[in-house]
Design a protein around this ligand. Structure first.
Ligand code: 5GP
Length: 219
């Protein structure tokens, strides 16, 4: 984990990568961040996964088919893309670059593979990993939200274990135990970037060790 210096070109926005295992509450946190900050945008990814109830095309994702997605890959239209849960997900190069050039900070809600790719391509970007308070809490949240059957929940938990194992690759860790403190922490990280000051990160090594130990029991 490290702190990065502020943007040299003050007109260009910053890219902020946020990853978390599903069920961690990342999307709700990102929505709350953006609602309160007109200079902050969230990038809408393209995906080949089916639309869920309540999702709107162009808002949650740009929903597309595999052939169109592959054409976009071949045309170089993605800044990064990955296959997650058997479906493709990708970040539109044009959309992100135009927002950045207009001076907006752009959040990418993407998985660890996408985060690694972005950090390689754009080393001045910052990355944040949101952790659940415990692995058990993740299971409870996935079950309580009632979106998936038990096979899918088991699959998501396995993927969560894999996603969690990449936490060290991120600049900042935030625990989403309670919504408001987690949101305040994210706001502080963003403010610190704009003010070019360092964020004091609590030492989470013991907490993370406990969380990783918990995932070991899950096959
Ligand atoms: P969901 O289908 O639950 O919305 O998302 C599944 C996973 O795909 C999440 O980890 C999410 O962060 C990731 N994801 C969403 N959009 C993108 C993207 O454009 N690129 C990458 N690499 N991952 C994405």
């Amino acid at each position: 984990m490290n702190n990065k210096s502020n943007n040299k070109n003050s007109k260009t926005g910053r890219l902020i990568v946020i990853s978390a295992p599903s069920g961690t509450g990342k999307t709700t946190l990102v929505q709350a961040l953006c609602e309160a900050d007109p200079k902050l945008m969230v990038s809408v990814s393209h995906t080949t996964r089916p639309k869920r109830d309540g999702e709107t095309d162009g808002i949650a994702y740009h929903f597309t088919d595999v052939d169109s997605f592959r054409e976009m890959i071949n045309a170089g239209q993605f800044l990064e893309y990955a296959k997650v849960f058997d479906h493709y997900y990708g970040t539109s190069r044009n959309a992100v670059e135009s927002q950045l050039s207009e001076g907006r900070d752009v959040i990418l809600e993407i998985n660890w593979q996408g985060a690694a790719r972005i950090c390689q391509l754009m080393p001045e970007s910052i990355s944040i990993f949101i952790l659940p308070p415990s692995y058990q809490a993740l299971e409870t949240r996935l079950t309580d939200r009632g979106e998936d059957d038990s096979t899918t929940i088991q699959r998501r938990l396995r993927d969560a274990k894999n996603e969690l194992s990449h936490y060290k690759e991120y600049d900042f860790l935030v625990i989403n135990d309670e919504f408001e403190p987690a949101l305040a922490e994210l706001r502080d990280i963003l403010a610190s970037l704009r003010e070019n000051r360092q964020v004091k990160q609590a030492d989470l090594s013991q907490f993370v060790a406990g969380l990783m130990a918990e995932t070991k029991d899950f096959q």
